[in-house]
Design a protein around this ligand. Structure first.
Ligand SMILES: NC(=O)C1=CN([C@@H]2O[C@H](COP(=O)(O)OP(=O)(O)OC[C@H]3O[C@@H](n4cnc5c(N)ncnc54)[C@H](OP(=O)(O)O)[C@@H]3O)[C@@H](O)[C@H]2O)C=CC1
Ligand SMILES: O=C(O)C1=N[C@H](C(=O)O)C[C@H](O)C1
Length: 274
């Protein structure tokens, strides 16, 4: 039977890896229902049924490129697309006053400023990683970075993803870097080392190093290494299935329903924002 109280959600980038996973996740979660699916103009998916694209059978939701006409009829939008698209969707979601859940990574500071502006009109939940495990890992990284001083312990963040990923470092690696600097009361912009090549000289104390690997079908592996004199602590997360991100995104939308405008994170959704 149809649950008439279920939150109506739209998925943008419906044909993508995460778009398809989100459509399947919505089907499996009580309290949410798919009510719209969007792809970019010219996409071969336009006109196809969202359920058929995602492999869950016919849902009667045709994919369209007319985002605003969908947004006015839904309560939330799940967005794992690309930075330029996400900025445009944030403006439309703000006009429609609906919850915007943003998983898109690789946003520039200018993109983030536009997303912050949109959050003055609607609730936005944005995170480089929507999984419970990574957000808990961030809390642990903050504690470890605080407990182990920068003079003794160097922090390096290693990530590996599938060969199709287009941004580096990953959004998760940056999230974990932010957690580490929060533990040390410093800023990431002033302390991150994102590339090493050639004669780099010795490592500067207090910096956070990033390394990115790409290959095959890896869903997402992250390790934060705290390397000290004579010992090394490694805190890791391994994503085995994209469902963990999709479940988190639906949870974020349900949490955001009726919430006042603002820019929120998964730490807020999960009650981990200490
Ligand atoms: N925060 C998190 O937990 C997670 C974040 N991500 C992030 O999500 C994003 C997407 O990842 P993934 O699904 O693997 O990538 P895909 O390339 O598989 O999917 C992106 C989809 O968005 C579509 N798209 C691009 N521009 C537009 C537009 N203007 N309007 C509508 N649709 C558009 C693409 O269409 P087309 O291919 O035709 O261009 C594609 O279908 C990445 O930034 C990734 O890092 C991924 C997993 C978890
Ligand atoms: O592009 C991906 O696939 C992923 N992107 C996110 C990131 O950039 O951290 C989250 C996850 O690791 C998968």
């Amino acid at each position: 039977m149809t649950d008439t109280s279920a939150m109506k959600l739209a998925v943008v980038g419906a044909g993508g890896r995460m778009g398809q996973t989100l459509i399947r996740a919505i089907q499996a979660i009580d309290g949410a229902v798919l009510a719209g699916a969007i792809e970019r103009p010219g996409s071969p998916h336009i006109g196809q049924d969202a359920g058929e694209i995602a492999g869950v059978g016919h849902l009667g939701i045709p994919v369209t490129d007319d985002a605003l006409s969908v947004f006015v009829g839904v309560e939330g939008v799940l967005d794992f697309t690309a930075p330029a698209a996400t900025v445009a969707f944030a403006e439309l979601a703000a006009q429609a006053r609906i919850v915007h859940v943003i998983g898109t990574t690789g946003c520039s500071p200018e993109d983030d400023a536009k997303i912050r502006a949109a959050a003055r009109h609607a609730a936005i939940v944005k995170s480089g990683n929507m999984s419970l495990g990574v957000n808990l890992l961030g809390v642990l990284v903050k504690q470890a970075a605080k407990a182990l001083g920068a003079d003794d312990f160097d922090i390096e963040i290693l990530e590996m993803h599938h060969k199709h990923k287009v941004d580096a470092p990953s959004g998760t690696a940056l999230l974990l870097g932010e957690a580490a600097v929060a533990g040390r009361n410093i800023s990431l912009a002033d302390h991150s080392v994102r590339v090493r090549d050639g004669h780099t000289g010795p490592r500067e104390n207090g910096t956070i190093g990033f390394a990115s690997l790409r290959g095959g079908s890896v869903v997402g592996d992250h390790s934060v290494i705290l390397a000290g004199p004579g010992e090394r602590i490694t805190l890791s997360h391994h994503a085995e299935d994209r469902t963990i991100f999709a479940r988190g995104a639906v949870k974020a939308a349900l949490w955001g329903k009726g919430r006042k405008p603002g820019l929120y994170s998964m730490l807020d959704v999960l009650g981990l924002n200490t």
